[in-house]
Design a protein around this ligand. Structure first.
Ligand SMILES: N[C@@H](CCC(=O)N[C@@H](CS)C(=O)NCC(=O)O)C(=O)O
Length: 212
């Protein structure tokens, strides 16, 4: 009953791996550092034609792509881990809202940031502009989310959810935590709590150490 995660240290597979770690489900990782070039992307092609990580292959042999979908599906498969407010819970609407917002508004920026020529062509000035403007857009999105959410100990209150794992990882990406702390002062203590979770210390050190 082992899951297979196509992923990479520091990537969007990390919240998926963190969730599996908290769930206590066995999993193996097929490492594919997709932003380093076509040979790495090709490693994912057999399961994801988008050649992106994360992709999850379930013990039943089904493939799921899209980080938010994987996280949501894992919470359904492992309700005992209580990593999501269940349907009917008063927190469910905001949970779904922000679980959709992160990939749609923030994670999507990295498709162009990782390879600015995808939209900027060969023009260095266009690429530099894209790099600067996407950073501002990401910071704006974090700020907007921060103004719309009133965290408790965790983002949605007293219970840790996969949303906390997702935000803790994506906020480590550029423009990185210093700017996140500036634009998202309400969520800052929460991501620091996620960083400090005792059950994830070894995991963070291996899969997303600060400084990388
Ligand atoms: N919408 C996807 C985005 C996945 C994604 O952009 N993954 C990055 C790594 S963090 C990737 O594999 N990029 C390679 C590429 O887009 O070519 C998701 O939420 O899982």
């Amino acid at each position: 009953m082992t899951y297979t995660v196509y992923g990479a240290a520091g990537s969007g597979s990390v919240p998926v791996e963190a969730a599996l770690t908290l769930i206590g489900a066995p999993y193996e990782v097929i490492e594919a550092v997709t932003w380093e070039g076509d040979s790495e992307r090709d490693k994912v092609a057999p399961v994801n034609p988008m050649r992106q990580v994360p992709a999850l292959v379930t013990p039943g042999g089904e493939t799921i792509t899209e980080s938010a979908a994987i996280l949501l599906w894992l919470t359904e498969q492992h309700p005992e881990a209580a990593l999501a407010p269940p349907p009917g819970d008063p927190r469910r609407a905001q949970f779904l809202r922000w679980m959709s917002f992160i990939p749609a508004s923030i994670y999507s920026m990295f498709w162009v940031r990782d390879v600015p020529s995808r939209l900027g062509g060969d023009d260095p000035a266009a690429q530099a502009r894209i790099e600067a403007l996407t950073l501002d857009r990401i910071a704006d999105c974090w700020g907007m989310m921060d103004r719309q959410i009133t965290p408790g100990r965790w983002l949605l209150g007293d219970t840790l959810t996969v949303l906390d794992l997702y935000v803790a990882v994506v906020s480590r990406w550029r423009p990185r935590r210093d700017r996140f702390h500036e634009v998202a002062p309400g969520m800052t203590p929460v991501v620091k709590r996620v960083d400090a979770l005792p059950e994830l210390q070894a995991f963070w050190a291996e899969r997303f150490p600060f400084g990388d």
